[in-house]
Ligand binder design. Structure first.
Ligand SMILES: [Zn+2]
Length: 97
């Protein structure tokens, strides 16, 4: 029932809970929606609201945000937006802490 709905609407894929168990093909299909989730201030990995995740002071106007699923994001206080942390930023943060 749910799968039928999922296939007919496509976009509802992002709302499926256990996305990690979905086949690779569907994961690739989901990728563009991860950006959309970030703009909605949700973790693309576990869909937890990033406003509720742990925020740590980082550099300048940025905060390092660590989700409960361990994914790391940068919160820009100037633009009030989230983006994925780069490997360099994650590395820098772990050295700081
Ligand atoms: Zn998460």
């Amino acid at each position: 029932m749910q799968l039928k709905l999922l296939l007919s609407t496509g976009i509802s894929v992002t709302n499926v809970e256990n996305r990690d168990s979905l086949p690779i093909m569907i994961k690739r299909f989901i990728a563009p929606f991860q950006k959309v989730l970030l703009t909605k201030r949700l973790c693309p990995g576990c869909t937890m609201p990033l406003d509720k995740a742990d925020h740590y002071p980082f550099e300048g106007n940025e905060e390092m945000v660590v989700c409960k699923c361990k994914r790391m994001f940068i919160f820009d206080k100037m633009t009030n937006t989230y983006r994925r942390a780069t490997i360099r930023e994650a590395d820098l943060f772990s050295k700081k802490g």
